[in-house]
Design a protein around this ligand. Sequence first.
Ligand SMILES: [Zn+2]
Ligand SMILES: [Zn+2]
Ligand SMILES: [Zn+2]
Length: 326
Amino acid sequence: MAELRRDIVTGNWVVVGHRTIKSDSVGLCPFCPGNEHLTPKTIREYKDNEGAWLVRCFPASSPIFVIEEELSKRGEGIYDKMNSVGAHELIVESRSHTKILSDFSENEYMLLLDMYQERIHDLKNDKRFKYIQVFKNHGELAGSYIFHPHSHVIATPVMPDKIQLELIHSKNHYLQKERCLFCDIINQEKRLDKRVVSVNASFISICPFASRFPFETWILPRFHDSNFENLKDFRAKQELISILSDVIKRVERLTNAYTIVIHSSPNVHEIDSLNEHRLPVSEHFHWHIEILPRDFKTSKYKREDEFYVTQITPEEAARTLKEEKV
Ligand SMILES: [Zn+2]
Ligand SMILES: [Zn+2]
Ligand SMILES: [Zn+2]
């Protein structure tokens, strides 16, 4: 069984000992309609009028985190470890084995976003989980081993490193300036208009100032909100779909593989005893979606051990993405 160990030098949590179970149904796609028996039992599905599922969610067969276990935190001398209690679910995005996000209709996107939101809400009821990660990989290089388009939902008892860093920086910014860091970024990027890819009434997409990957793009709501899963307004959701589908079409034309990750507020009590500033996360954190291309047809990014190195500036990336005909 996998366990979580904390690197005592950096404070990062690492999952060790996770092994993937090989499927014995070679040649059959376990995610295609008719093969539901090859996956664990459905947690939630949305159906059409004839009763056929359109989007389907079930537990991963080789989960990194497992829901049933008691959370036990232990020490080993000076080190900390705990069992990897949590949840790992997969969402099959449509019945089609080959339909990628570029080909999704507004309604298909709507069902997928609804499923993301519903699963986050549901998993947040379990207070052992500190964070609910939602992400999807597109293309082999981004780590997708089953071709049929699907997303992951992972609930963890510890905060992912990247989110932890974002929370620290957004909190410090707020304490110094009494303004949301992300609202400040949006205002400045909108004003400068050098790294903006697109904008509509409620959302903006930008190539971030210090992009780690060529064509890295973030989509942020232009209104302050810390929780993606609380986005209810139908019109605002349509605007999110419109900007998301447009950006994805452009990214899919320029790259072979990408990861999409939703950064939303963690599952923590608004003000806990460790929060000495009594500053609610909802004040300083601002949800967003990050699209991270992992490969580029002509110039790959490099990871020089500790640094990300890209050959294209975010200003050039934003211009190229904007000019791409979709
Ligand atoms: Zn399939
Ligand atoms: Zn904000
Ligand atoms: Zn982020």
